[in-house]
Design a protein around this ligand. Structure first.
Ligand SMILES: Cc1cc2nc3c(=O)[nH]c(=O)nc-3n(C[C@H](O)[C@H](O)[C@H](O)COP(=O)(O)OP(=O)(O)OC[C@H]3O[C@@H](n4cnc5c(N)ncnc54)[C@H](O)[C@@H]3O)c2cc1C
Length: 535
């Protein structure tokens, strides 16, 4: 739809707050125009994409502020308390859980605090391998700044280009190389966080025992406790050894057993992404066309592999990065183990092609909407012994839900990534065509019904609600299943202490005490109907 035809709900104006914000930031950093409101209206979930395409807006932020320092954020939060306006911290807006939208149940003015101006590298301690950044720094800028010191953070989520350090911390993000570098919560040494009750600063120390870990309490808080303004993170020398390759296993259980063996032997790849047969088909369907004479080798190679039992193979991207000698040694040892489990090495060519196009593939989801195809992901983590049963159960539940909802079984595939001594993350990709002639609202309902059944199956099968996509608004109804009542009450008590008037990103992360909240779509699958028994 042409921009001039897009209509947003009227803006609520709080003149005294706006005047005060202009006095702090200057007029250029205080924006109430519709272009800015539109840009900050939603994140990037499928529900968001459908609503953006159909111009469905119930409530969008009234004002966007661009602070450029910790002190400015602190003053703005004080002003928000004084004038009773809500604040939504905003990094890149790439969340896929409804984390940044103005939720619409509150009459107060909603102000988005976009941290894009707070993007500086403030200090590097080369000796200790730490770096202090402002929280609004985007992935590529962060890595460019570190590279000048010969360093890397090593955090590369698929949304790397468009997401920020603050967003990663607030959502407990995981990058593709998490086996080597850890999840974002493993990388943080200290934080500076402005809350309505004051600023929390933690100490830059490698470890401590002074009670529960405050960093861990704040990481993953999705902007509901306060605004992360700065973080000190652990960094690493740039890798001297890099090896990305594609391998094929005869079956998913074979691949899983091989990676578990690597884990036990202490040579887990820095990155391992093991696809099931359905996802492998997709990986190959999306591959670059093989150039020149090599194309003619493909058919005989396929026939040979079929004869050797690789009729429905499972692809695995396997990568090693790190210091030259250590990484090379681990790589050699891992290759030996992977081959023992029947892995066929397709070499570094396809591995490097995957590496260089990996940030593009997730955006196919947007393009497929042109063809009425709703594609999205669900992710979880569970222990090694439960990985295969969980995968089976979620596949079944999602297929059944797609058939009931849209009349077709649709697509469901998955991969394992982000490995731990005790288990791994399972990432499901699912897709279905909305019933012909569906309105955007109905398409959202169909999609949400499928995702809700998949989510219910994940929880019933013993997985976590989310390994790295966070809770936001979309996963909120399931928080009462994920956590014990006493644990949720403890989080609510922290919220009440740090943000007594519920200004910070209200409606995200924490379901109210009485009834689990549910947005229009997820309400249709209440928690009581969680699949039990076989699921
Ligand atoms: C194509 C695609 C691929 C993705 N791949 C991955 C992936 O591989 N791994 C992964 O973990 N995630 C992935 N995501 C999800 C998303 O990118 C992450 O959740 C990311 O961490 C969000 O960062 P952001 O800067 O965009 O935050 P935003 O979306 O702007 O905000 C997310 C939440 O964090 C809060 N927040 C943001 N900044 C701050 C701050 N400074 N202080 C306090 N709260 C703050 C917001 O209020 C909101 O609740 C993907 C998303 C897309 C669209």
């Amino acid at each position: 739809m042409p921009r001039e035809q897009i209509r947003l709900p009227p803006r609520r104006i709080h003149a005294p707050f706006e005047d005060a914000a202009v006095a702090v930031l200057g007029g250029a950093a205080v924006r109430g125009d519709d272009d800015e409101r539109l840009r900050h209206a939603y994140g990037r979930s499928l529900r968001d994409l459908i609503r953006l395409r159909a111009c469905l807006f119930e409530r969008v932020p009234d004002l966007i502020l661009y602070p450029s320092s910790h002190d400015q954020v602190a003053t703005l939060v004080e002003l928000a308390v004084e004038h009773d306006v809500c604040l939504i911290p905003f990094g890149g807006g790439t969340n896929i859980a409804g984390c940044v939208e103005a939720k619409g149940r509150d009459d107060r003015v909603v102000v988005t605090l976009d941290l894009a101006q707070m993007n500086r590298l403030l200090a590097v301690d080369r000796e200790s391998c730490t770096a202090r950044f402002e929280a609004g720094v985007f992935g590529p800028d962060l890595e460019t700044a570190l590279a000048q010191h010969g360093l890397t953070l090593g955090h590369q989520p698929d949304s790397f280009q468009f997401s920020t350090l603050g967003g990663w911390l607030a959502t407990r993000s995981a990058g593709t190389l998490s086996n080597a570098y850890g999840k974002i919560e493993d990388m943080v040494l200290s934080l500076r966080v402005v809350t309505p009750s004051g600023t929390i600063e933690t100490r830059t120390v490698p470890a401590c025992a002074s009670g529960p870990d405050i960093n861990r309490l704040l990481v993953g808080s999705e902007g509901v406790f306060g605004v992360i303004t700065e973080a000190v993170v652990r960094v690493h020398p740039l890798p001297q050894f890099e090896d990305y390759r594609l391998m094929l296993f005869r079956s998913f259980p074979d691949g899983l057993a091989a990676l578990r063996a690597c884990q036990e032997a202490g040579c887990l790849p820095s990155l391992a992404r093991l696809s099931d047969p359905r996802e492998t088909e997709l990986v190959f369907a999306c591959r670059h066309v093989t150039p020149g004479w090599k194309r003619w080798l493909q058919a005989p190679l396929k026939a040979y592999l079929r004869r050797r039992g690789y009729a429905a193979p499972c692809a695995a991207v396997i990568a090693f990065e790190g210091p030259a000698r250590t990484a090379a040694t681990l790589h050699r040892e891992a290759m030996r183990i992977l081959r023992r489990f029947g892995a066929v090495d397709l070499g570094t060519g396809p591995g490097n092609r995957w590496r260089h196009s990996r940030y593009d593939l997730p955006y196919l989801r947007d393009y497929l909407l042109d063809y009425n195809l709703m594609c999205d992901s669900m992710e979880t983590a569970t222990v090694w012994s439960n990985l295969l049963p969980l995968v089976e159960c979620v596949r079944e539940a999602t297929r059944a839900a797609a058939t009931e909802t849209t009349g077709q079984a649709g697509y469901i595939g998955c991969h394992l990534s982000h490995f731990y001594p005790t288990g791994a993350c399972v990432y499901f990709l699912f897709g279905a065509a909305a019933r012909p002639g569906s309105s955007p609202e109905s398409a959202i309902e169909q999609y949400a019904a499928i995702k809700a059944r998949g989510t219910a199956a994940i929880l019933a099968a013993g997985g976590t609600l989310t390994h790295h996509h966070s809770v936001g608004f979309e996963h909120l109804p399931w928080m009462t299943v994920e956590h014990s009542p006493a644990a949720l009450n403890a989080l609510r008590a922290v919220k009440a202490e740090l943000d007594p008037t519920n200004l910070m990103n209200p409606g995200s992360l924490l379901p109210p005490a009485e009834v689990p909240l549910a947005n229009g779509c997820l309400a249709k699958v209440p928690v009581e109907v969680l699949p039990t028994g076989t699921l």
